[in-house]
Design a protein. Structure first.
Length: 75
């Protein structure tokens, strides 16, 4: 027997999908999102090194992300 999707469940799924899209848009387009991406990219440094190296990596990556966004033509 195939389980049926109730209207309430469909509403929750739609709300979660909308929230995921909003979060993705913020991460991929804002300066705050660039900081989040930079921290994720430097996770290996965080695990293997000290906090100063991690902060330096995150600052460098954030600037790289922002610079790339400035030079990427918008469609």
């Amino acid at each position: 027997m195939i389980p049926q999707i109730t209207p309430k469940l469909a509403g929750w799924i739609a709300a979660l999908a909308a929230a995921a899209l909003a979060i993705a848009a913020v991460v991929l387009t804002t300066d705050l999102g660039a900081g989040i991406l930079a921290r994720v990219r430097c996770a290996g440094v965080w695990i293997t090194s000290d906090s100063m190296s991690y902060r330096a990596c995150a600052d460098f990556e954030r600037e790289q992300i922002l610079e790339q966004r400035r030079h990427t033509p918008e469609d």
